[in-house]
Design a protein around this ligand. Structure first.
Ligand code: EPU
Length: 459
């Protein structure tokens, strides 16, 4: 992954849906330690799928309807990105509800104009990593695009070189400099053979979305195989695209002249589901998760089982029961179907309270261990060296004041707080709002003492 384009991570002003505005960044989640999670929790659509499905809507003029979209701030920002491009975007409660008892999924209706703008709002794009996924569709639709380098979590350098190189192979003139990616394809994009240095999720998505309207056949080798890639390929196929190999390392796309808008429902969120699986194991709880295909997180569930939990899977979810102190397990993050990097904070959290020492290796993001300093404040025994962490489990952590450094770290710290003696306060919880709809309410419904305090001073 040479010549990485560094990403600027800067917040800007926006006009996101009032209902979805992040609460003040001074909000704190207060967790009472020593609690056990028990009950059933529904999981909504996957953030990292829904955001890309919304970008894919740009490929067809007319009304696209996407169901099972989670109510989180990242979705609201993406809606505003699309509005800025001339789309009308409205949201309403998903019907029928994808998961019984879940009021939190939306149906997003996107009316795409015949000629969308090709210049997404710079400030909005910088708030959201997934906004880079408008690059491929806009280039395919408009023949030119100028998009800011996106923001997102502080989990390490997040290159764009594979997006840029792939589109260049398809005939785009493209440059990424001074915080802006500028691309044009005056004579349209053409099919190409593209070998990705690494199975990048975002690059695969952008290149597929560009290739579906390109002239001729595109082959993407070493493509990402995440369930979210399969979901976007399914929606594109429903729209009239010709794609073979979704879910494998080789995607073959035959370009078509145009696509039509469709209705599509988002797959369940495997990372939110995985968070509950680890939370059940860490708190010696009993949690049933519904609304996700358990094969999406087979390796994660296998690790939870290896730590001593009983894991039963069903057609649309799983149950995790833990009756003992967890045993240490080693974890290595890898592209799908490997262990998801987004569950690394949960794996380190589990290791922190397990019997024995665990070796946790991160292979995707170079800054993912940033949150470890916060876990140390709760008394965890963790030593990091490069992309490895050695975690020696403690019977109990100690309550304290910590800060969410990104979405997943934030969610993981809340769970760690449940395993601590005394009270833990997690600040900067707006990060959690970006990816977990109703996190505090879900925790309360699982029987633990958790409160969100507005505007409380950060630790
Ligand atoms: N990379 C490059 N050059 C590129 C593209 C990627 O060097 O052109 C590098 C990145 O810097 C990173 C690695 O490749 O080190 C993997 O990046 P990838 O492109 O696969 O990740 P992404 O598309 O930026 C998505 C999710 C992440 C998730 C990763 C890996 C979205 C919006 N984000 O990011 O989710 O961790 O895939 O599965 O889909 C989250 O939801 O909290 C989150 C961070």
């Amino acid at each position: 992954m040479s010549d990485r384009v560094r990403i600027l991570s800067r917040a800007g002003s926006t006009t996101v849906e009032p209902a979805l505005l992040p609460a003040a960044s001074g909000d704190v989640i207060r967790v009472g330690g020593g609690s056990r999670l028990a009950g059933t929790v529904p999981v909504e659509g996957a953030k990292n799928s829904a955001l890309k499905l919304m970008a894919a809507a740009l490929l067809a003029p007319g009304r696209t309807v996407i169901g099972n979209v989670p109510r989180i701030t990242d979705i609201a920002i993406m809606a505003d990105v699309l509005r800025g491009l001339g789309c009308e975007v409205t949201m309403s409660e998903s019907e029928p509800l994808p998961v019984a008892g879940s009021p939190r999924a939306d149906t997003v209706i996107i009316d795409v104009p015949p000629a969308p703008s090709c210049q997404p709002d710079v400030d909005l794009v910088r708030r959201l990593r997934a906004s880079i996924c408008v690059l491929g569709p806009l280039l395919a639709r408009c023949g030119r695009v100028s998009v800011a380098q996106p923001g997102g979590d502080a989990i390490g350098s997040r290159g764009l070189d594979m997006h840029v190189a792939g589109l260049a192979r398809m005939g785009a003139e493209i440059s990424a400099a001074d915080g802006l990616v500028v691309a044009s394809a005056a004579r349209g994009l053409h099919g190409a053979t593209i070998w990705l240095d690494f199975p990048s999720v975002g690059a695969t998505e952008n290149l597929v979305m560009a290739a579906v309207l390109a002239d001729g056949t595109t082959e993407i080798d070493n493509a990402a195989r995440e369930p979210e890639i399969v979901d976007i390929c399914a929606m594109l196929t429903e729209m009239g695209a010709q794609i073979d190999g979704a879910g494998t390392a080789t995607l073959r796309i035959e370009g078509v002249p145009e696509l039509r808008p469709v209705r599509h429902s988002t797959i369940g969120d495997r990372i939110v589901a995985g968070t509950w699986a680890f939370a059940a194991a860490m708190t010696r709880g009993d949690v049933t998760v519904r609304g996700v295909d358990p094969s999406f997180l087979a390796v994660a569930l296998d690790k939870v089982a290896a730590s001593g939990a009983t894991v039963d899977t069903t057609g649309d979810g799983f149950r995790v029961r833990m009756e003992r102190r967890p045993r240490a397990v080693d974890v290595v993050t890898l592209p799908f179907p490997g262990f998801a990097t987004d569950l690394l904070p949960m794996a380190i959290g589990l290791a922190s309270v397990s019997e024995g020492a665990s070796l946790v290796t991160e292979n995707i993001f170079d800054g993912r261990f940033q949150f470890v300093d916060e876990l140390l404040r709760l008394g965890a025994d963790i030593r990091t060296d490069g992309h490895h962490a050695v975690v020696r489990g403690r019977e109990r952590l100690v309550g304290g004041r910590v800060r969410a450094t990104d979405i997943r770290a934030g969610a993981g710290l809340v769970i760690a707080g449940l395993c601590a003696e005394g009270v833990t306060e997690i600040a900067d919880v707006h990060h959690i709002d970006r990816g977990y709809p109703n996190y505090v309410a879900d925790l309360c419904s699982l029987g633990v003492q958790v409160q969100r305090l507005s505007g409380a001073p950060a630790g």
